[in-house]
Design a protein around this ligand. Structure first.
Ligand code: ZN
Length: 446
C-alpha cells in the first residue's frame, strides 16, 4: 500500500551525505522514506497518491535537526529556575517541580516542547523524562510525529530528592516495562533508552543492573561531569572519577550517550574514545548554569561522537538548535582560535553527526534515498543573513535563526509550515501550558 507522498521542489539541497553534496534539486518522499533526490520529473511520480508539494524556490533544505539531550518534562519550568548553579538548581527548583508533575502537566510540558522543536527545525531528540508517567512522553511523541528516544529518569539513591526517590527494583521494573512497550514502535520512530539521572542519584546496584541491560543491547542516556561540584562528590563518595565510575558500572559503550562531560578527569576522554561512548554537548545550558565549557575540540580529535542538545527549557531557556549550533561554534574559539570547530563540523553535529551519536545514522541525519524523510526548509533571505556568503555552513551556523525555518517534515509528515504547526494547535498548546504551570506551581508550593 502506498501512503502519503511529499515533493520538495527546487530547493538548495544540503544533503549531509558522505560526499556532502549541495545542489539545487528536488526531493521526493513516499510515506516515511526518501524515494528520490535530484531532478524529479512527472514520470517519477506515477502511481504516487496524495502528493503534497513544498515549493523550495529560494529556500535551503537540510536534514531535520537532531538534538542529543533534551528534557521535555521541564518545558513547563521555563523562566522559573534562574541564576543558580547545577546542584542548587536541581534541589531548590527542578526536583520539587518535577515531583509536582501529574500526567496532564507532563503532557502539556511535552507538547509545548515539541511545538517549539518543530517550529525551530528539530525532528529527532534523545530525551530524559522525569521519574513518573513516562508513557505520557511517548504518547505525545507518537501523536505529534517527533522522532523520539526517551527514558524515565531513574533515582534510587537514599540521598536522592525524597519526593522523587524510588526503590531500585521498582525503578528497574518500570524501565523494563517502558522499554518493552515503546522500543521500536511506530516503525522505529520511538526508542527506549535507560536513563539513570546521574551517578549521584543512583545506587551502585541500580547502575550495575542498568549496565547489564546495556551489555544486552539496551541504550543508555545519563548526565556526566556537568559541574565541578558534582565531580568532587562522586570522587569522594564513589572513590573514583565520575566517567571512570560510569565505565566500571557498565554504562559506557557504543549505545551510550553522556550529556555534558564538561569536566572530564585525567584519562577520561581516552576512556570515552576507547569505549566508543557518545557525548551530548549542551553549550547554552553549560554557560547558563555556570558549569563551564566542555573540551569539544579534544573530544572530536579523539574520534568521540558528539551531538548537540538544548537540555531543558529552565536551563537555556530555548529548545532551539540554531542557538546551540552558534554557541557550539563560538565557545572554543577564544582558546583554540577562530578556525576551531568550523561551521561545516557544527552542522554535521546537528545532523548526521548527532544521528551517529544516537546510533541512528542509517535512518536519519542526511538527505539520502532510503532514509527517513526528516528535513527542514530554511529561508536564507532574511535581512540578518544578507548578503549570502559562499559557504552554506557558515551561513547556517552564524547567520540563520530559528525564525528562518519555513517548514519541518518528520518521517514524511509535514509538522510545521510558515508559522503553523500541523500536528498540534499552537494556541491550545500555549493555553494548556499556562494552565498546567499554574497547577504545578501550586502543588510544588513554590
Ligand atoms: Zn539534562
Amino acid at each position: 500500500m502506498r501512503g502519503m507522498s511529499l515533493l520538495v521542489k527546487n530547493a538548495l539541497l544540503v544533503t549531509m551525505d558522505a560526499s556532502r553534496r549541495v545542489f539545487r534539486g528536488d526531493l521526493l518522499a513516499e510515506g516515511e522514506k526518501i524515494l528520490r533526490v535530484g531532478v524529479i520529473a512527472g514520470r517519477d511520480m506515477v502511481g504516487l497518491s496524495k502528493l503534497s508539494v513544498l515549493d523550495g524556490t529560494g529556500l535551503w533544505c537540510l536534514p531535520g535537526l537532531v538534538q542529543t539531550h533534551v528534557h521535555l518534562c521541564q518545558t513547563l519550568f521555563r523562566n522559573q529556575a534562574e541564576e543558580l548553579p547545577l546542584l542548587d538548581w536541581l534541589q531548590q527548583r527542578i526536583w520539587p517541580l518535577e515531583a509536582a508533575l501529574d500526567e496532564d502537566a507532563l503532557d502539556a510540558s511535552a507538547r509545548l516542547g515539541i511545538a517549539e522543536l518543530f517550529a525551530s527545525g528539530t525532528t529527532c531528540i534523545l530525551d530524559m523524562g522525569t521519574v513518573r508517567h513516562t508513557d505520557v512522553l511517548f504518547e505525545a511523541a507518537k501523536q505529534t510525529g517527533l522522532r523520539f528516544i526517551g527514558g524515565k529518569a531513574m533515582m534510587d539513591d537514599p540521598a536522592s530528592f525524597p519526593a522523587l526517590r524510588e526503590l531500585s527494583d521498582d525503578s528497574l521494573a518500570e524501565s523494563d516495562r517502558l522499554a518493552s512497550r515503546w522500543d521500536g514502535k511506530e516503525n522505529g520512530r520511538l526508542r527506549y533508552a535507560y536513563a539513570p539521572r546521574f551517578a549521584l542519584s543512583c545506587s551502585d546496584r541500580l547502575l550495575r543492573a542498568v549496565g547489564e541491560r546495556v551489555a544486552g543491547g539496551g541504550r543508555l542516556h545519563t548526565h556526566a561531569s556537568e559541574s565541578a561540584a558534582e565531580c568532587e562528590i562522586v570522587r569522594t563518595s564513589r572513590g573514583m572519577s565520575n566517567i571512570r565510575y560510569l565505565e566500571r558500572t557498565g554504562l559506557c559503550g557504543a549505545r551510550s550517550v553522556l550529556a555534558h562531560c564538561v569536566h572530564p578527569a585525567e584519562g577520561e576522554l581516552g576512556l570515552l574514545a576507547e569505549t566508543d561512548t557518545a557525548v551530548a554537548h549542551c553549550p547554552s545550558s553549560n554557560l547558563k548554569l555556570g558549569s563551564g565549557i566542555a573540551p569539544v575540540p579534544d573530544m572530536i580529535a579523539r574520534g568521540i561522537r558528539v551531538g548537540l542538545g538544548a537540555d531543558g527549557a529552565p536551563c537555556n531557556n530555548w529548545l532551539d538548535a540554531f542557538t546551540e549550533m552558534r554557541l557550539a561554534a563560538l565557545l572554543p574559539k577564544p582558546r583554540s582560535g577562530p578556525a576551531a570547530l568550523p561551521a561545516a563540523k557544527i552542522v554535521e553535529m546537528a545532523t548526521i553527526g548527532g544521528a551517529a551519536a544516537l546510533g541512528l545514522e542509517h535512518e536519519t541525519g542526511s538527505l539520502e534515498v532510503g532514509k527517513q524523510a526528516d528535513l527542514v526548509l530554511v529561508d536564507p533571505r532574511g535581512l540578518h543573513a544578507t548578503p549570502g556568503g559562499d559557504d552554506i555552513y557558515t551561513t547556517v551556523v552564524h547567520a540563520l535563526r530559528a525564525s528562518d525555518v519555513r517548514a519541518t517534515v518528520a518521517a514524511g509528515t509535514l509538522v510545521y509550515r510558515d508559522g503553523e504547526l500541523k500536528t498540534m494547535n499552537a494556541d491550545a498548546v500555549r493555553r494548556r501550558a499556562e494552565e498546567q504551570w499554574g497547577k504545578v506551581r501550586k502543588r510544588a508550593g513554590l
